[in-house]
Design a protein. Structure first.
Lengths: 112, 114
């Protein structure tokens, strides 16, 4: 499985756009990029998944450059309720025979 | 009703005791997972099961065992609990047929070993 690297923590003010970048230099051809969000004392929640270019849903956007060696999760106009840990995972779309690795994630703190 | 349930939600036990954490799901998913979370360490995989007859060790399986009693049930046991097993434990499920990496997590079990 591709190793991922993301910042340990980030701070942002309410109303700003937040971009969290994940590096995955050894991503494989059949790997997808998936992001999860975890609030304190809750299980992680799937946010978005993509393979290339741009994916957008009601929660976030995911930008993936042509070389796919990194990806950026974009949260528009964050609020206090977006304070959470965000995990970047890379692996085959249905996990194949190897489960994905969550890592330590990025702790986002949104300040009023 | 929640799709993925865990019992108990909180448990305090003493060193050396055997304890079982249970996970049930109504999503009809074939894959189930047990994770452990310690402060600042993210989620670490303990065991996973891709179907009823399949059990696999994860990153940190020492001191734990599991049982997949049915497609909907996946239990985690600590044969002889020790204080450094104090943590938040999550069960999760996923569906291979969906073609997605999405896992669905339970509410967690907070375990304290004294």
């Amino acid at each position: 499985l591709a190793k991922t690297t993301q910042p340990i923590s980030m701070d942002s003010y309410e109303g700003q756009e937040v971009n969290i970048t994940c590096s995955h230099n050894n991503i494989a051809t059949n790997d997808y990029i998936t992001w999860y969000q975890q609030f304190p004392s809750q299980g992680p929640r799937f946010i978005i998944q993509g393979y290339k270019t741009k994916v957008t849903n009601e929660v976030a956007s995911l930008f993936i450059p042509a070389d796919r060696k990194s990806s950026t999760l974009s949260l528009p106009r964050v609020s206090l309720s977006d304070t959470a840990v965000y995990y970047c995972l890379v692996g085959p779309r249905n996990s194949g025979n190897t489960p994905l690795v969550f890592g330590k994630g990025t702790r986002l703190s949104v300040i009023a | 009703d929640a799709d993925v349930t865990q019992t108990p939600r909180n448990r305090i036990t003493k060193t050396g005791k055997r304890i079982m954490l249970e996970c049930s799901q109504t999503k009809g998913h074939d894959r189930m997972y047990w994770y452990r979370q310690d402060p600042g360490l993210g989620l670490r995989l303990i065991y996973y099961s891709f179907d009823v007859k399949d059990i696999n060790k994860g990153e940190i399986s020492d001191g734990y065992s599991v049982s997949r009693q049915a497609q909907a049930k996946f239990s985690l046991s600590l044969e002889s609990a020790i204080p450094n097993q104090t943590a938040l434990y999550f069960c999760a499920t996923s569906d291979r047929a969906s073609g997605s990496q999405e896992q669905y997590f339970g509410p967690g079990t907070r375990l304290t070993v004294t």
